[in-house]
Design a protein around this ligand. Structure first.
Ligand code: FE2
Ligand code: FE2
Length: 271
């Protein structure tokens, strides 16, 4: 059995929400009704509570005001709530220690915030798709940790995580994550964002969406966030950043948003 066969087997994780496939089909369907989404979210109280927490965050300027899913959708918009619901449901399906999940979620949520803000500045991108790409970009680390719990813990500490993954598992976390998401039938632009978040494919039809996740992962390394990145900021990142017309003032704006958000990430896990 290859590592990719094992990844496909994870589709049968008993902890994956039973309504995940319906949720993903809602993700494909821009005409899905508000009521349908509300119904799905309300079936999982843990997911619902986390969405209300995000809607109450300072980043959306509504602290303490939101106390229902209906209000959360009003504040965040249906598309962002749809992305958040899918991201939270997939993330929390992995039977891994809470401390580890907390750290990886904090990193993922920071990347999602940066990717979402970059999408405002980069044309041809959908902000909510970029948010979900950021949220799921390192899902392959959870996949490999689940399949190889002992060996992957060693790799996590490696200076060059990608090279170590190739050597040990013949599969990087970018490939593992993308393969897993395709097996779940997650839209191609999200799976491609995950696949190319460490080495961008400029020939991809989803190039601009991929760029948001790729740059977000690199930017976390230089933004001084508490939730460090597993990427470096390279010349390739810098060149792409400049090619999109982005500047130092954009970096300052992103850093300010991340500072606002760090205490909220902690609150997210006290639920
Ligand atoms: Fe990564
Ligand atoms: Fe990452």
């Amino acid at each position: 059995m290859t590592v990719f066969d094992k990844i496909e087997e994870l589709r049968k994780l008993p902890t994956l929400p039973t309504n995940l496939s319906r949720l993903i089909s809602v993700l494909h369907d821009e005409n899905a009704s508000l009521r349908e989404l509300e119904e799905i979210i309300k079936r999982d109280q843990a997911v619902a509570a986390r969405i209300v927490t995000v809607a109450n965050s300072a980043a959306f300027g509504q602290a303490g005001f939101v106390n229902s899913i209906e209000q959360a959708i009003l504040v965040l918009g249906i598309d962002l709530v749809r992305s958040l619901t899918v991201g939270i449901s997939i993330f929390h399906s992995f039977p891994l220690p809470p401390v580890l999940l907390k750290h990886l979620w904090a990193h993922a949520y920071s990347a999602a915030t940066v990717s979402n803000l970059l999408a405002r500045k980069i044309r041809n991108t959908d902000r909510d798709v970029c948010f979900l790409g950021g949220l799921l970009h390192d899902i392959g680390r959870l996949v490999l940790l689940t399949i190889f719990p002992r060996d992957y813990s060693i790799v996590q500490d490696a200076a060059s995580i990608i090279e170590s993954e190739k050597e040990r598992f013949l599969c990087t976390h970018a490939e593992a994550g993308s393969h897993f998401l395709r097996a779940l039938n997650v839209p191609a632009e999200i799976a491609d964002s995950v696949l190319y978040h460490h080495s961008i494919d400029i020939g991809s039809p989803h190039r601009d969406v991929i760029a948001c996740t790729y740059l977000a992962e690199g930017l976390l390394q230089i933004l001084g966030t508490a939730f460090a990145s597993d990427s470096l900021w390279t010349d390739e990142h810098q060149n792409l950043f400049e090619a999109y017309g982005l500047t130092v003032s954009d970096v300052e704006e992103l850093a300010a948003m991340l500072r606002l958000q760090e205490s909220e990430v902690q609150a997210f896990f006290k639920l």
